[in-house]
Design a protein around this ligand. Structure first.
Ligand code: X5A
Ligand code: ZN
Length: 723
């Protein structure tokens, strides 16, 4: 198999020709692509990416969504005088025309289509188009907000018509609402448009009523348009991740897209004067990491806004790094999302929960009784939601300019913080992706030959580095910890089995001993402050090993065990939540869970709490023995474990140690291990199909979430819900 570079990068100097001849306030300037490209160069990313052929869009492609008249007007600007250009610009909102506008818009659009096509044809896995002018405000017949052709929308439409795609997710994290994209696909269930934008109850540009949460799509497309309005400025990583965990990921996993297009605007990033939000550049890498298990990794980022060149450039470069599969830089521990953001999220859930069964974690808000205040009339019956935006009739909301008195001071603080972040950015680099500790041909030691065979069969054996020997398991484990903390390997896997001997012989299960040894070594040798242990060994160990980990809130222990005996409480007496929220045991109601339940536990519980804890190391204590047990009716599938590993890789700079207990040999265990190894080697996750949690799963997750309320800010929003 030919090894291609996984990430496509599109850039063309010709895209710098178009600019505003007369209005310096129009910050959509050529440097907006030059600087990010330069930053990618500084990070040595260009040579790691596959160049994407930039090209002009054909008329046929433009006409997929734009009218002939619209195209003609733009074309006519090629030969206009400055006076004529000015006059034409006046007819649109936040638009300037330049003799090179048509050329740039054609090239930006064609290049966007090309990148998406290359991804669909698997020339590259994913990619980034560093392009301008942006596109998401343009509609069929409107130039708007620096946008001429709608790059993301036309690329999506092309994927529908030319490649018969059936489900495309468009994530729009530009700080402005991409009303253009919304209008194109408002009736179309094949394109799920998801936008997070500054709204301020309509007082932020483009001041449209249709940008609010109750515009959910129409007819067949009802439920496939999702607006998350941000009604306050200063939204942070915590607010955005809260939206990802509680709305975007559940819906994305249920929608099961074949392709994800991101309208990647970085005007929500810290320091951008347009957005006044505070998402840090590293957080975009996390957004990408969280989306990457979906759609088989087919992810196309198209540049939209972003008007602070430093913050824009850093964000773009870190996004490209994430697409390349590099570890996500550590971000600050998350804290409680803003009340206003909680309110928006609950409002979105309120209008969508009938359509999306994955949104069942919050009790239905009873309109009228809600203690949460909205400036808008509350939605009292679902029929009133179906307002139809059409280009003739958009209710406009007055723009307001009452910037708060300390806004300037705040802006200065943000710029200072941004500079510190950029200057002190630490990027972890390792020689190897994955170290596997295994003992071949040593007497008295377990062999896992069929697992190794499976890895060889899948071509995963050679890319795994460092075959560590060692006679005592303690030495072997210490060795593994060294590899990870000395940055020789990004993550590590060790296969353990019951036959091991250990001084703590009262504890019988070897995985607990291994975890204990790893933790001890981390603390003694590397002064590790916070360790997250995720345990899905099933059977007995969940209740035993955690007893060791009681010290000073430095270990967060989460067990997700789903074997029968644990589920029915036979051998597990532990409470759901103990030790001030640092021992979490999800007790699955009937003892068996499916893919949808495991994934939901991650986006609803594990990830929010883990991002708030912000570990220095993630340890996974796993066993796949229960996967094929006869008495277990349901179980997550092998690829599903790959997904949760990918989600966890965003934490701790990718420092992840996995101890897999392999007592028996079976095809399915080998498959599970191979799936994990594959993901840790940066291969894309396998698609899982549409996922929703089961009713049993929802109950278990809700019960756990409720009990976590007092201890974890990220769970605290559940307080806001009235009975
Ligand atoms: C693409 C984009 C913003 C226009 C802002 C007008 N457009 N205030 O970010
Ligand atoms: Zn924008």
């Amino acid at each position: 198999e030919l090894k291609r570079r996984r990430t496509g990068l599109a850039y063309n100097e010709k895209l710098t020709k178009h600019f505003s001849l007369w209005n310096p306030d129009f910050t959509e300037i050529p440097k907006r692509i030059e600087k990010p490209y330069e930053r990618c160069q500084q990070y040595k990313l260009l040579e790691r990416c596959e160049p994407v052929q930039s090209r002009n869009a054909t008329e046929e492609e433009m006409e997929l969504l734009h009218s002939k008249n619209h195209i003609q007007i733009l074309k006519s600007s090629i030969t206009m005088t400055e006076e004529e250009l000015k006059e034409l610009s006046q007819k649109s909102d936040y638009i300037y025309f330049h003799n090179d506008s048509y050329a740039s818009a054609c090239l930006a659009l064609g290049t966007s289509i090309q990148l998406v096509d290359d991804i669909i044809h698997q020339k590259v896995l994913n990619g980034f188009a560093i392009i301008r002018p942006p596109g998401h405000h343009a509609s069929r017949d409107q130039f708007n907000g620096y946008c001429y052709f709608n790059n993301a929308a036309v690329a999506a439409q092309n994927a529908l018509t030319k490649h018969q795609m059936k489900r495309i997710l468009i994530v729009d994290w530009d700080v402005h609402h991409g009303q253009g994209i919304q209008r194109f696909f408002y009736d179309d269930p094949r394109v799920l448009y998801f936008s997070i934008h500054r709204y301020e109850h309509g007082h932020e540009w483009p001041n449209l009523r249709e940008s609010d949460y109750d515009y959910i799509g129409r007819g067949e497309g009802q439920g496939y348009n999702i607006n998350v309005p941000l009604n306050v400025c200063g939204c942070t990583n915590s607010d955005y991740l809260f939206i990802f965990f509680n709305i975007l990921l559940p819906i994305a996993y249920q929608f099961d897209p074949e392709l994800i297009i991101v309208s990647a605007g970085f005007d929500c990033a810290l320091g951008c004067p347009e957005g006044e939000m505070e998402v840090t550049p590293a957080c975009f890498a996390h957004f990408i990491n969280l989306l990457s298990p979906l759609a088989g990794g087919k992810l196309a980022l198209l540049l939209e806004g972003g008007y602070n060149l430093d913050s824009l450039s850093e964000s773009v470069a870190l996004s490209v790094k994430a697409l390349l599969g590099d570890v996500c830089p550590v971000i600050h521990p998350t804290n409680k999302p803003k009340d206003s953001v909680i309110e928006s999220v609950l409002n979105v859930i309120k209008v969508l929960r009938l359509k999306w069964s994955c949104l069942q974690y919050q009790p239905l808000l009873n309109p009228g009784q809600s203690s949460i205040k909205t400036l808008l009339p509350s939605v009292s019956n679902l029929n009133s939601i179906f307002q139809s935006p059409n280009e003739e009739n958009y209710p406009l909301i007055q723009e307001c300019f009452n910037t708060s008195p300390d806004a300037e001071e705040k802006f200065g603080e943000n710029i200072a913080r941004l500079n510190t972040i950029i200057q002190t950015m630490k990027l972890r680099k390792t020689n190897y992706k994955l170290a596997i500790a295994c003992n071949e041909n040593q007497s008295g030691r377990p062999k896992h030959e069929d697992i190794y065979d499976k890895l060889k069969q899948y071509g995963l054996w050679n890319p795994c580095y460092m075959f560590l020997g060692g006679n005592s398991s303690e030495r072997e484990l210490t060795n593994i910890v060294d590899r990870v903390f000395k940055d020789e390997a990004q993550s590590a896997i060790t296969l353990v089995s019951k036959s091991g001997e250990h001084e703590e012989s009262s504890i019988t299960d070897i995985n607990s001993i291994s975890i204990f040894t790893i933790v001890k070594c981390c603390k003694q040798q590397y002064n590790t402050n916070r360790i997250l242990i995720v345990d899905w060994t099933g059977e007995s160990s969940c209740c035993k090993s955690k007893e060791w980990f009681v010290d000073k809130e430095s270990i967060l222990y989460i067990s997700l065990n789903w074997s029968k005996d644990v589920g029915q409480g036979a051998s597990c007496s532990s409470k759901t939540v103990e030790k001030n929220g640092f021992n979490i045991n999800i007790h699955w109601k009937t003892g068996d869970i499916e893919n949808g339940d495991l994934i939901a536990a991650f986006y609803q519980l594990v990830l929010p709490v883990a991002y708030e804890f912000s570990p220095d190391l993630v340890i996974i204590s796993a066993s796949f023995n229960q996967v094929n047990k006869k008495e277990v009716e349901y179980s997550p599938s092998a690829p599903c474990f790959g997904h949760v590993l990918q989600l966890l890789r965003g934490l701790a700079d990718g420092r992840l140690i996995m101890a897999i207990q392999c007592d028996s040999n079976s095809e399915i265990i080998s498959e599970c291990v191979a799936s994990c190894v594959s993901v840790l080697l940066d291969n894309p996750c396998t698609k899982l199909g549409t996922l929703v949690p089961s009713q049993r799963g929802i109950e278990s997750i809700c019960q756990t979430a409720d009990e976590l309320k007092p201890y974890w800010n990220s769970m605290n929003y559940r307080e806001a819900i009235p009975e």
